[in-house]
Ligand binder design. Structure first.
Ligand code: 0O2
Length: 213
């Protein structure tokens, strides 16, 4: 089989894993919406690493740039990002995923409770999901990242800046970025407080909701 076809066929189960997982999460969240009256998720994004970036990651980690090594040593070939409204939603979705019998959680990194020194915040999980193919069942790894809109805003822009400066940025910009991450954190806290106060008002008897036109 020519090289391109080999990689395409290797990546197919990862694509199916993302499709299945996205459907499962959408069902889970839609079901929860009936109880809460709002959706915990703003959006879900999936991405499949390209053969080129798989090979460069393998080389960076000291493995041979071949499919078997990618299969055994890379856990983020398939990536799914869940962007939530509030930080409490991040943990609620995380707990829902932990309880599921149809996926296996292999690793968790909580960069929300323990942010990276640059300010990066997100909850990461490596999970394993069985994918039924025509001739076999394949267990596929997926990296799930769960974070709020504010965390996502910061991470997306930091990613661009970081790569633009070819992985080295001046110290004063690092400080500015960390400041921006702290601001994103404050914004999350503020929005959560406002949401909690509005909920209290809604629940209290004296509160009459003025209908919106
Ligand atoms: P991309 O293009 O987003 O996929 P490893 O995965 O082994 O190389 P590590 O540190 O064990 O690295 O994994 P970790 O900490 O779980 O982070 C992996 C992914 O998290 C990254 O994937 C990013 O998506 C995201 N991430 C981690 N740290 C940062 C950060 O400081 N800033 C931003 N913007 N994103 C971060 P990739 O493959 O590097 O990139």
């Amino acid at each position: 089989m020519e090289e391109f076809k080999k990689w395409s066929s290797f990546l197919l189960p990862y694509k199916f894993a993302l499709d299945e997982l996205k459907t499962k999460i959408n069902i889970m969240v839609e079901e929860a919406k009936y109880m809460k009256d709002y959706s915990m998720i703003e959006h879900i994004k999936t991405r499949l690493k390209s053969p080129k970036s798989i090979i460069s990651k393998l080389e960076r980690k000291g493995f041979s740039p071949v499919i078997t090594e990618a299969k055994n040593h890379l856990f983020d070939i398939a990536g799914l990002r869940i962007v939530c409204s509030f930080s409490s939603d991040v943990y609620e979705i995380y707990n829902m995923l932990l309880k599921r019998k149809d996926i296996k959680v292999l690793e968790v990194k909580d960069y929300i409770r323990f942010p990276k020194p640059n300010g990066y915040q997100s909850l990461h999980m490596i999970i394993e999901i069985p994918i039924t193919l025509s001739d076999r069942v394949e267990n596929v790894y997926v990296e799930i990242q769960i974070r709020t809109l504010a965390m996502d805003f910061w991470a997306s822009l930091e990613h661009k800046i970081y790569y633009k400066y070819n992985k080295e940025i001046p110290d004063h910009l690092k400080i500015e970025l960390k400041d921006a991450a702290d601001t994103a954190k404050l914004m999350d806290e503020k929005m959560r407080t406002i949401r909690d106060e509005v909920q209290l008002l809604e629940n209290s008897k004296g509160w009459l909701l003025t209908p919106k036109n």
